[in-house]
Design a protein around this ligand. Structure first.
Ligand code: ZN
Length: 331
């Protein structure tokens, strides 16, 4: 009987994004038992948005039955992990700064709420249910290569959050002195070179200057359809300039990954997000460049892999956060 109740442990998971919110029920094996997706509609403000999130969570909970042990929430930006309060969430809006996201959902859902940055949450998902599953004491880093570049760092099996939950902003390592301006206010950040908009911006330039004829055909001349995937297709089909643009971005990513490798000697680096969809063209460059560090940091046990969970990493991470919390992690 004790076994049965252990097997039926579930957590509510909320992956809060600027455009949409995924809500689900996750069990201790990492299965998503129910899932809903709703538009965020940030203009409504935190109270109304979270009211709808709670409604969706209640629906998902009723579809599965039973009482989840907690709700885990991944939010896009800086949050106060201890108090469950939003701090700087630019994709959601100013009103979210100081809003008690955790308390609000705890009151609506009748279970404890735990709040974490969204990419740190995805890192926890990868650690618990993805490549890190069952690997005790793993050291890993997660690069979320999307609109921006988020990150998460696990040291000796524990998500490293730092005193304010801000540790792991891997997209803002400087990879080019006095380089491009970044959204964070600094210059030369990895995000300014290897995020999806940085690459697709270059794709648009090549399209307009006539240097990407195959890409032009693939997107039907519509620059709005240029994304890492269509660029990867074009490069593989023979667009030389597009291939060089991808390799150029991958070269910067390799600098960022290499920096993490020399700092931590992790067993695992996970590259997730839309840019990872480029596939071998990206991974080959990163693996080959980082391999050059071998004399310094033996590379035979360092794997550089795409996410095992894909776009479910955030939701599953929120489930892991609900189920296991950050046990013994608040240092
Ligand atoms: Zn930056």
């Amino acid at each position: 009987m004790g076994n049965e109740s252990a097997e039926s442990r579930t957590g509510l998971a909320v992956d809060l994004g600027g455009t949409s919110v995924k809500v689900g029920v996750v069990d201790s094996d990492g299965a998503v038992l129910a899932q809903e997706q709703i538009p965020t509609q940030t203009y409504e403000g935190p109270e109304r948005v979270l009211e709808r999130v709670a409604e969706a969570a209640i629906e998902a909970r009723e579809a599965v039955g039973g009482q989840p042990v907690a709700v885990g929430i991944g939010a896009p930006g800086l949050v106060d992990v201890r108090r469950g309060i939003g701090r700087f969430l630019p994709n959601l809006g100013k009103e979210w700064a100081g809003f008690p996201i955790g308390d609000f959902l705890q009151a609506r859902l009748g279970c404890p709420a735990r709040l974490l940055n969204d990419v740190r949450t995805a890192t926890l998902g990868e650690l618990t249910f993805g490549h890190g599953k069952g690997r005790v004491g793993l050291t890993m880093a997660f690069f979320a290569l999307g609109t921006g570049i988020g990150g998460g760092v696990v040291v000796d099996g524990r998500l490293r959050l730092g005193p304010d939950g801000a540790a792991g902003e891997l997209g803002h390592m400087v990879v080019e002195p006095d380089g491009r301006r970044c959204g964070c206010g600094n210059s030369g950040c990895l995000e300014a070179y290897a995020s999806a908009p940085a690459l697709t911006g270059e794709g648009c330039r090549l399209l307009h200057s006539g240097q990407a004829p195959i890409l032009y055909d693939i997107v039907g001349g519509d620059p709005g359809k240029i994304d890492p995937k269509t660029m990867s297709e074009a490069a593989k089909a023979g667009d030389k300039a597009v291939r060089e643009a991808i390799e150029w971005a991958a070269g910067y990513l390799a600098i960022g990954v290499g920096n993490v490798v020399v700092a931590l000697h992790p067993e695992l680096i996970v590259l997730g997000g839309g840019m990872a969809g480029i596939g071998d063209l990206l991974f080959d460059v990163v693996r080959e460049r980082v391999q050059r560090l071998d004399a310094l940091v033996p590379m035979e046990n360092v794997r550089i892999e795409p996410s095992a969970l894909g776009d479910r990493a955030g939701l599953l991470g929120a489930g892991a956060l609900a189920l296991h919390g950050l046990e013994g992690q608040d240092d």
